[in-house]
Design a protein. Structure first.
Length: 503
């Protein structure tokens, strides 16, 4: 692992860096160009993460607040960040106003995600003014972008610390540097090939847990920033993943979600063993944990062995998030998704044949540069054919540095919005039709909490991840119950408790 230069040395020379490129001379500032490189260097796994005695004193009597944007990967990173802060002696603060350390764990996937963060950062000026000792930090995917770091340097002087997605394990030292430095502390590694095990995690709740199986992405879909912000594909060793899942089972967790940007590429980077995602699931399914999910599956690497393993069922739930992005082979080609409409539909056919009652969900982008009406119609017809239970839908957002950002975009915004609206209508109609088929059925539900709108109503999820509302006692939270479905709505099911199941 790279060593970082001492954070304050060069700045003391009196020169004040103004851009991320200037900063690179002093610190390690992000570079999208470097982030694009995929070197051959071996992936090292570090098992020696510790927080020194000295660092464990830093947060005594102080409070922290982490605000998370973006995907589950980021949510899980925030659990690690919180775990580290707690080991440094910090305690959590519900109210951001009362915190001594505020960290924004950011997302770069679309422009509106970034705009939201800049808006909130602006509001932090007031808090910084009230409490000059407050440390305000920015981490996550936005910190990996030069453009963002430049903008923060120029217009958000209230920020004290910027660190990247590969630098989380360095948080104790970076926080200490930020406390003692007058300048903004920046440490963002753009090209990283390592895995750091054994970082503490403060998990939210004790029912469901996330488990990283791999980091990074090598797919380079032309619209997507993730391969630049998360680095190259690196798989955790199977024994480390399995040990973590076993430990969660022992602790009584009821459901785990295996995480990766492209879980089907798991193991492709191992040089010493031939071991893929199917092999990993085949071992995980034998562990005594009632439900196992995973996200996200890239259709390209979804192989027959994986389908065969999933067909065993058991704790491997019959729900697969299989983002298609577009129903047009031409658009898919320009997105560099590396599959065609026909290949995707064939995969869906195989999955449906092998896994009865499988529930499929998707991510779909509308208004990709050059998308014609006919090509959009192909997306609609694919949705009709697959019959997704739900899908996340997005208007294409250009990301600087990605190939699609320089493609000519002749689709007017009104057209993109109209396409999104139409797509969402079709998805809602199909979602309701799918749910209606469940009326009268009894389904196993993991109770997650009370409903947001009515405290007497419990909320839980089926194996297929559908939200179910039903009357029941809050003592059932964290348990499995059988629920008889009486009424199906577009995105929720309503029912009555049939029996409580011991799992
Ligand atoms: N690794 C996952 C996706 C992670 S990003 C996968 O490949 O399935 C989640 C979703 O955001 C993507 O599936 C895509 O639909 C959407 N997305 C990514 N980049 C985008 C962009 N530039 N504009 C709009 N949507 C985008
Ligand atoms: Fe982005 Fe494609 Fe990688 Fe998913 S597979 S993270 S969409 S580049
Ligand atoms: Fe966003 Fe980074 Fe996740 S860009 S979607 S937080 S990997």
């Amino acid at each position: 692992m790279k060593e970082t230069k001492e954070a304050t040395v060069d700045l003391k020379s009196g020169k004040s860096p103004k851009t991320a490129a200037d900063f690179a001379k002093y610190f390690q500032a992000p570079s999208l160009k470097d982030a694009k490189q995929r070197g051959k260097e071996e992936i090292k796994v570090h098992y020696d993460f510790t927080i020194s005695e000295e660092m464990r004193e830093i947060g005594k009597g102080k409070r922290y607040h982490v605000r998370t944007y973006g995907c589950q990967m980021n949510e899980h990173d925030s659990e690690t960040i919180s775990g580290i802060l707690e080991q440094m002696g910090y305690t959590p603060s519900e109210e951001i106003e009362e915190a001594d350390v505020i960290l924004f764990n950011t997302c770069a996937i679309r422009e509106n995600a970034e705009d939201k963060v800049f808006g909130e950062l602006g509001h932090m000026k007031r808090l910084k003014h009230n409490n000059p000792n407050l440390i305000l930090g920015v981490c996550g995917c936005m910190s990996q972008e030069e453009k963002v770091v430049n903008k923060i340097l120029k217009s958000y002087q209230q920020v004290d610390l910027i660190f990247g997605t590969h630098n989380i394990h360095r948080l104790p030292e970076l926080l200490r540097d930020a406390m003692f430095s007058k300048e903004m502390v920046i440490e963002v590694w753009s090209k990283e090939g390592d895995i750091v095990e054994n970082m503490p995690k403060l998990r939210e709740g004790n029912t469901k847990a996330w488990v990283n199986i791999m980091y990074g992405c090598d797919k380079f879909c032309t619209y997507c920033i993730v391969p630049y912000t998360r680095g190259k594909e690196r798989s955790r060793r199977p024994e480390d993943v399995i040990a973590e899942v076993r430990d969660l089972a022992r602790q009584g967790f009821k459901e785990i979600m295996l995480l990766g940007q492209n879980v089907n590429a798991y193991g492709k980077d191992f040089e010493d063993i031939k071991y893929g995602f199917g092999d990993l699931l085949d071992e995980v399914r034998k562990i005594d944990i009632p439900r196992v999910r995973f996200t996200t599956s890239h259709p390209r690497d979804f192989d027959d062995h994986l389908i065969e393993v999933l067909s065993h069922g058991g704790n491997l739930v019959e729900q697969i998030h299989l983002p298609v992005q577009s129903g047009s082979s031409e658009v898919l080609k320009r997105m560099a998704r590396k599959y065609t409409r026909e290949h995707y539909l064939e995969l869906v056919r195989k999955i449906k044949a092998a896994i009865p009652n499988v529930s499929l969900s998707s991510d779909i982008i509308v208004g990709f540069p050059g998308e014609t009406d006919e090509q959009f119609e192909e997306t609609i017809s694919l949705v009709e054919e697959v019959r997704y239970d739900f899908a996340y839908t997005f208007i294409y957002s250009p990301r600087e540095g990605t190939p699609a950002a320089v493609m000519e975009d002749n689709v007017p915004m009104e057209v993109k919005k109209a396409r999104l609206h139409r797509l969402n209508e079709v998805l809602a109609r199909i979602g309701l039709e799918q749910n209606k088929k469940l009326e009268g059925k009894t389904l196993e539900v993991l109770v997650e909490g009370v409903s947001r709108t009515n405290e007497e109503v419990l909320a839980g999820r089926t194996r297929t991840n559908k939200l179910v509302h039903f009357k029941g006692d809050s003592s059932l939270i964290g348990q499995y119950v059988d629920v008889h479905i009486t009424d199906a709505k577009t995105w929720t099911l309503h029912g009555e408790i049939a029996t409580k199941i011991e799992v």
